[in-house]
Every structure is written in structure tokens, then in C-alpha cells.
Design a protein around this ligand. Structure first.
Ligand SMILES: [Zn+2]
Length: 319
């Protein structure tokens, strides 16, 4: 675990939500989760997989982990510049914990009943290496020279991929072959900061771990994947019918005020939402959080969270 002295995230010990005042790198992520696990021992924290650079990818479990209980999965930060989504999910975890402890209703949901009846898995930062590279650069990284070559320089401020230059949200087995053609037409033939899908579906350890987890965890009824930005909600590929996907999507749209939309071009292939929808046939949604230019400023966490929180508390009850 990280050294608490070095965290720039302001952790308070009153009944207020944690203030995030700097980007969520791996140290900040782990220190915050360590704090949550000490303060709220009823939550579970495990590693759902390991990144290319050997970092554990933490997953938080909210709710009693009874086998085959109806569950949902929330995933943040597939892309290095989109760590704002990690802060949004950490805020959700903390508010859930406070409400559970205090026996509160939030958004008309009794959180203690929710805890008993549903399980919410949260992966606040899926691309832990990519976010850390985008925020801190690659000094001292074992793949430093390779990453600088792939990035064409040492400014990593627009880095989206993992530490092997693969865009994790194009590495799922959903229209992979077709995406490869688009990739070649765009002149992408190898690792880089964005949009390279990898040598094969699930070639990256992060994506392989996610797919294994979801194949095994058949109780997960819905997956919400957070990206930034655009204030839109994408459903899976056109022409793929998944029962209840339309009604759940419409409800999320009403709760958030974000509009439902279909991805176009290369964005329509190889993503987690596409794979869960087309392969597992479970409702799955990409939520493009906030508006502006990536990376969105950390100050945007509160307004983004306030738009999404009703959906976070309510979606588990829709499955
Ligand atoms: Zn993204």
C-alpha cells in the first residue's frame, strides 16, 4: 500500500466525502482504498487482475457476496486520460459506505436493504498503468525506452493505452477483425498512445482478466463502463438484441440527463460494452461522463457524480 504521507488527495475524518484535488494516479487510488477499507470493514477489496507492469487492479465489493446474488459491475478508466471516472467511482463507494453505516436512504434507495439484496462490484481504475503513465510519465519505468518510442517523445499527457501501447477498449473480441481493417486504413500498425487494438483479442492481461471474471461471474446482470467525455450513453452494437437493455438504458438516460446514442466508426468495435452485449448478451452501457477536453479537471468530479449517483444506486434494483 502507498505511503499515506505522500497522498495529495485530502482525506478527512469527518462525515464528509473525500475531496480529490489532484489526478488519481495509482498511489492515490490505493491510499484512498486503504483508507476506505480501514474505515468501512464491511466492504471487500480484492484484485481482479494484474496490469502489464505488475500492478494489482483493485475491485471493491459492496454488498453481501452471496453466491449467485443479483449483481452489477461498474468500471472506470479504460483510458489513461480518463482518471476522472476513477474519482467519480471512489466518491460513489464512499457515499454508499456512509449511507450503509448511517442506515440512510439515498435516491429513494434503502442502502442497507441494497447491501443485503444486491452485490455491486466496482473497479474504479481498470487501466492502472495507463492512468499512471498519463499523470506521472515513464521515468524509472521498466518499459521506459519502448514507451517513449511508441509515444514519439516523453510528453505522455495524451496517453490512453496500457503499458504495451494497446488501447484496452479495442482489445475485446467484438468486431475485432473489422476494427483491424479500420485501424490499417488509419495507418495504425502497432502500439501507440491510442486506438491500437493489439495482436489478438484479450492479448492484454487487463482485458483477459476482465473477460475471465465476467465469464465466471454469471450473476452480473449489467455492466456500466465509465469514460469521459460527452454526456452520452452508448448501448452495444446495432442489431444485437438483449432483453431489457432498451428499458434500462432509457431509465439511466432519464436519471442522468445524458442522451442515448450509438457509437460510430471505430468507436463501435472492440470495447467492453460491445463484448458484454454481443458475447454475453447482458445489458451493458458506456457512459461518457462530463463535457470538455480530456483530461477533465478534477474539480468536475462533484458535478459529474451528482448527475450519475441516482443511476449508481438504482441500476442494481433494475436487474
Ligand atoms: Zn474512453
Amino acid at each position: 500500500m502507498a505511503n499515506k504521507q505522500q497522498i495529495s488527495t485530502k482525506i478527512n475524518h469527518k462525515n464528509e466525502l473525500t475531496e480529490f484535488n489532484s489526478p488519481i494516479d495509482y498511489r492515490s487510488l490505493m491510499t484512498t482504498l486503504q483508507y476506505f477499507s480501514e474505515k468501512y470493514p464491511f466492504i471487500g477489496i480484492t484484485y481482479m487482475g494484474t496490469s502489464v507492469l505488475g500492478r494489482g487492479i483493485p475491485m471493491v465489493t459492496l454488498g453481501e457476496g452471496e453466491y449467485k446474488k443479483r449483481s452489477v459491475l461498474y468500471v472506470g478508466c479504460h483510458h489513461g486520460m480518463e482518471w476522472i471516472t476513477s474519482a467519480v467511482l471512489l466518491r460513489f463507494i464512499e457515499e454508499y459506505c456512509m449511507a450503509y453505516e448511517g442506515g440512510l436512504n439515498l435516491c429513494n434507495v434503502n442502502v442497507r436493504k441494497l447491501f443485503k439484496s444486491r452485490c455491486i462490484y466496482v473497479i474504479p481504475q481498470f487501466n492502472v498503468d495507463g492512468a499512471d503513465i498519463q499523470i506521472n510519465g515513464v521515468d524509472g519505468c521498466i518499459l521506459q525506452d519502448r514507451l517513449i518510442a511508441m509515444n514519439c517523445g516523453d510528453d505522455f499527457s495524451d496517453w490512453q493505452a496500457n503499458a504495451r501501447g494497446v488501447d484496452l477498449n479495442h482489445n475485446y473480441d467484438a468486431g475485432f477483425g473489422y476494427y483491424k481493417q479500420l485501424e490499417a486504413e488509419s495507418g495504425i500498425f502497432g502500439g501507440g498512445k491510442t486506438k491500437y487494438s493489439g495482436e489478438a483479442p484479450e492479448s492484454e492481461p487487463e482485458v483477459a482478466a476482465m473477460c475471465s471474471f465476467l465469464r465466471y461471474a454469471s450473476e452480473i446482470g449489467t455492466v456500466l463502463t465509465l469514460h469521459s467525455q460527452g454526456e452520452e450513453i452508448y448501448v452495444g452494437p446495432k442489431g444485437v438484441y438483449v432483453p431489457r437493455s432498451g428499458s434500462i438504458g432509457t431509465l439511466i438516460s432519464r436519471m442522468t440527463g445524458y442522451r442515448l446514442s450509438s457509437p460510430s466508426g471505430g468507436a463501435a468495435y472492440g470495447g467492453l460494452t460491445d463484448w458484454v452485449t454481443s458475447e454475453l448478451r447482458r445489458p451493458s452501457f458506456t457512459i461518457e461522463c462530463g463535457k470538455g477536453e480530456n483530461p477533465l479537471p478534477i474539480e468536475d468530479v462533484k458535478p459529474i457524480y451528482s448527475r450519475l449517483r441516482e443511476a449508481f444506486f438504482s441500476v442494481p434494483l433494475l436487474i
